[in-house]
Design a protein around this ligand. Structure first.
Ligand code: HEC
Length: 137
């Protein structure tokens, strides 16, 4: 019986460690989970209708890392490791030029400081995200 309870203890410690590990991965900007659980929801909600799928406003599509590195008419949207040089960050901080490329999202509320910080943290840690899906065409 003691063995059974001891075993149960080991299992629950294991489960706690596992769940902490998942949370840790979400908070750790050097892991792709940071992008999928924190960054992508922001991009989907605030940028997607103009920069995802078939939308390439300003020449920029954000579906893949390759596309963000290629960027739009003004060059790379992200410079991994350097938020200050990344158009994406400059424009959401409203520190871009007044007109071309204009601050993002256009004619809408500025992102919250918390959301801006998430994007900055992600780029600073190297803009890590899951590998690009294979090309379909
Ligand atoms: C309503 C449509 C719309 C939304 C929403 C939007 N954008 Fe844009 N985006 C544009 C247009 C239009 C341009 C081109 C503007 C220009 O060149 O002056 C652009 C340009 C850009 C550029 C510069 C591309 C280049 O190299 O010229 C970046 C970076 C960018 N957007 C990031 C974002 C981010 C990040 C979000 C979400 C927070 C966002 N955009 C939301 C329409 C949108």
């Amino acid at each position: 019986m003691r063995g059974f309870f001891a075993g149960l203890g080991v299992v629950s410690i294991g489960l706690i460690a596992l769940s902490l590990g998942t949370v840790g991965a979400r908070e750790d900007a050097s892991r792709p989970e940071y992008y999928t659980t924190k960054v992508k929801p922001i991009l989907d909600a605030d940028c997607g209708r103009c920069h995802e799928g078939t939308s390439h406003r300003g020449g920029l599509n954000m579906d893949t890392r390759t596309a963000m590195l290629a960027g739009g008419h003004h060059g790379p949207a992200i410079v991994p490791g350097d938020p200050g040089k990344s158009w994406m960050v400059r424009l959401i901080r409203h520190e871009g030029p007044a007109d071309d490329p204009m601050n993002m999202p256009p004619k809408a509320d500025k992102l919250s400081d918390a959301d801006i910080a998430v994007v900055e943290t992600w780029i600073k840690a190297g803009a890590v995200m899951p590998p690009d899906p294979p090309k379909t065409q």
